[in-house]
Each structure stands twice: as structure tokens, then as C-alpha cells.
Design a protein around this ligand. Structure first.
Ligand code: SAM
Length: 224
């Protein structure tokens, strides 16, 4: 559910702080034209990801869940010229749209898009000795968040950030008896996060054009 006032306030801040951007706007338009679901992060959330990556001085970023490449463009733009973003997507149609959007944004040489189930791609990255990554953004299927988080811990550097989207789901996160695998995955992840000694973490609710949801942010305090 998205309250109209939340959307108005998002538009107000976007007009002030997140000006129109040809490549990002084109990515949203091309994704909609190709029939992709409208589930990318909001513009002000994309900028938040970009700012966090810049604050961190990230040189390597891993994203789980590409869709049309909208958040990948925000994140890749935070990288220095020799930086690298790896983004994982299992739907070939989404990947095709993302490739085109990323190329239009001039980031084809910065972004490596891997097609396949993210659990397989993550195992491959670990097998190839890739990483450690400075920032990992988890934004794919929610039932696998606990597994993604475990693998992300293996792939993150000490001092790196792991950001997990959609940890509130319109308040459904409070339903301890939810039969929904997505909610069960989120709740299991939140419990893992609380018990994980290698991170210092928090979670915040977000409201806006994307409704009522939330972000968890974990600083990896003990890692490779
Ligand atoms: N991060 C994107 C953005 O903000 O622009 C939005 C990602 S969208 C919320 C989630 C994406 O994860 C979808 O494109 C979906 O196809 C993909 N996905 C879902 N399950 C997946 C899986 N098991 N492995 C890889 N990608 C998956």
C-alpha cells in the first residue's frame, strides 16, 4: 500500500535532490516498455545506494537481483574508473533489457551481468575466488535472503556493507505465522542478522512511491 502523501513527498524530494537523468529515466521507460515489473528501487533510494557506495569508497560491488539495471546504474556510477559491479539475474529477458540500459548509461565495461539462479552464480563467484566485495546489495527473491546473506558474508570484505531490501513488506514481517515463503525468508534473515557476530546492523522502515517497506544495513566488522 502506498499512501498518496508518501508519494507526494517522494516527488517533492526527487524534484529537489534527484534531478531527471536521461540514462536512468530511459532505463525505467525501456523496462516498462519491455513489460518488466515496476519493482526497481525508487529514485531517492537509488541515490541513497549511490551515496552509501561513495561514502564507503567502494571499488567492487555485488548486486543480487538486476531487473532492468536501474539500481545497478546508480551503484556503478559510484565506482572509480577501474571499479567493477557484478550483478546477478536469473530471468534472461530482464538481463537483456538490463544490458541495453547499462550500455546506454555508458557502463557496459564496468558492469558484469551474470545470468542464472543467484545461488549458483554466488557459488561460482566463490569458486572463482572473486571478491571480497566492498558493498553487496541483496534485492532478488525474498525466500532465499538467508542463503544470500550467508554467501554475502563470505564474499564481503571487513568494513564492507551488506544492504538487504524489502525487509518490512507492508508490515507483513510482523506475522510470525505467515505461510508466505517470502515473509518467512525475511523473518529468518532478520533473526540471523540479530545473531550474526560478524556484523553490526540496523534496519529502517521506508515509505514512499514503493509503499511501506524497509532496508537492512549490515557493516561487516569481521571478515576476509
Ligand atoms: N535491484 C533492481 C532495481 O532496483 O533496479 C530490482 C530487482 S527486482 C526487485 C528482483 C530481480 O531478481 C528480478 O529481476 C528477478 O527476476 C530476480 N530474481 C528473482 N529470483 C532470482 C534468483 N533466484 N536468482 C537471480 N535473480 C532472481
Amino acid at each position: 500500500m502506498s499512501d498518496p502523501i508518501w508519494s507526494k513527498i517522494d516527488h517533492y524530494f526527487d524534484a529537489l535532490l534527484v534531478p531527471a537523468d536521461p540514462a536512468l529515466d530511459a532505463a525505467i521507460e525501456a523496462s516498462a516498455a519491455a513489460g518488466l515489473p515496476s519493482i526497481a528501487v525508487a529514485p531517492n533510494q537509488g541515490k541513497l545506494l549511490n551515496l552509501l557506495a561513495r561514502i564507503l569508497g567502494a571499488r567492487t560491488i555485488l548486486e543480487i537481483g538486476t531487473l532492468g539495471g536501474y539500481s545497478a546504474i546508480w551503484l556503478a556510477r559510484a565506482l572509480p574508473p577501474d571499479g567493477r559491479l557484478v550483478t546477478l539475474e536469473y530471468d534472461p529477458k530482464h538481463a537483456e533489457v538490463a544490458r541495453s540500459n547499462i550500455a546506454r548509461a555508458g557502463l557496459a565495461d564496468v558492469v558484469e551481468l551474470r545470468i542464472g539462479a543467484a545461488l549458483d552464480s554466488l557459488a561460482q563467484l566463490i569458486g572463482e575466488g572473486r571478491g571480497p566485495f566492498d558493498l553487496i546489495f541483496i534485492d532478488a527473491d525474498k525466500e532465499n535472503i538467508p542463503a544470500y546473506f550467508s554467501l554475502a558474508l563470505q564474499l564481503s570484505r571487513q568494513g564492507g556493507l551488506i544492504i538487504v531490501d524489502n525487509v518490512v513488506r507492508d508490515g507483513a514481517v510482523l506475522d510470525e505465522n505467515s505461510p508466505d515463503p517470502a515473509i518467512r525468508g525475511i523473518r529468518q534473515f532478520n533473526t540471523m542478522l540479530a545473531a550474526e557476530p560478524r556484523v553490526s546492523a540496523t534496519a529502517i522502515q521506508t515509505v514512499g512511491v514503493k509503499g511501506h517497506d524497509g532496508l537492512a544495513i549490515a557493516l561487516v566488522t569481521d571478515g576476509p
